[in-house]
Ligand binder design. Structure first.
Ligand SMILES: O=C(CO)[C@H](O)[C@H](O)COP(=O)(O)O
Length: 251
């Protein structure tokens, strides 16, 4: 795995904010943006909102979750509803894990379905992450699945056969004690420990009826900004560049 610069003691939240601030260099006035979900994306949306309020950026956006949409609305970011033909110049989103080949694990915040929908309608996916997310191999973080409630028992059986220990995501504030996605579906977190063949696993999961989407995002991201200590590095498949003037140009 291509190495990040050596670690200096830092706060994870500072790294998230630093990655989000660096990602602003990708944004140009006139762009239509996809807004990701989770705490790193929330930093990005907040910083973006400040630029919009200051009149420094004119952009429009669609969010990947109700939470991100509410934050963007509160900050005065012009929002677009889903419609046919809508495309995004750039989507900026977090990840639970990423490797040097830009294989991603996403969905820790439960928004993987909308995240994949927006990514598929985007010309460019930029991932923003703190250094803890950069891994040699995917799988330590449990792989999230969005699952139709009726199909749950058979999905659990199928995941077990594939070698992952499935856990239905809890939410104690719900009457049934279970977490629901923005679509009203359940989330199942699959503990594989190591995912040695992500492409094969993705195909196997796609073949299980009732799994609406899985959290493996393979071959989808163009670049990632990973913050470590005071530095932000840009990861493109197989390559790590320490922050440098001009790296942020879109291809
Ligand atoms: O995939 C996601 C939500 O579905 C998030 O991007 C992922 O969970 C990272 O979250 P955070 O930035 O809070 O660490």
């Amino acid at each position: 795995m291509a190495a990040l610069p050596s670690e200096t003691p830092t706060n994870q939240e500072d790294e998230k904010r630093h990655a989000a601030a660096t990602a602003l260099r990708w944004v140009r006035s006139g762009m239509v943006l996809g807004l990701g979900s989770g705490s790193t994306s929330a930093h990005f949306i907040t910083l973006l909102g400040e630029k919009v309020q200051a009149g420094e950026l004119q952009i429009q956006a669609t969010a990947t979750s109700q939470a991100s949409e509410a934050l963007a609305r509160q900050l005065g970011i012009p929002l677009l509803e889903p419609r046919r033909g809508l495309r995004f110049d750039l989507t900026v989103d977090g990840a639970d894990e990423l490797d040097a080949q830009l294989q991603l694990m996403k969905g820790g915040g439960g928004a993987l379905l909308r995240e994949k929908v927006l990514k598929t309608a985007s010309d460019y996916l930029l991932i923003i992450a703190d250094s803890s997310k950069y891994v040699a191999q995917l799988g330590r973080f449990p792989l999230p699945l969005e699952v139709v409630p009726f199909a749950l028992p058979w999905v659990l059986d199928a995941v077990e056969k594939l070698g992952g220990a499935p856990v239905v995501r809890p939410n104690q504030s719900q009457p049934d004690g279970l977490y629901r996605s923005d679509q009203g579906n359940l989330l199942v977190d699959c503990h594989f420990k190591v995912i040695s063949e992500p492409e094969q696993l993705a195909l196997q999961l796609q073949a299980v009826p009732g799994i609406v989407e899985h959290g493996l995002f393979l071959g989808m991201a163009q670049a990632a900004v990973v913050a470590r200590g005071e530095q932000a590095v840009v990861v493109r498949a197989g390559q790590v560049d320490v922050e440098a003037e001009g790296f942020a140009e879109l291809p």
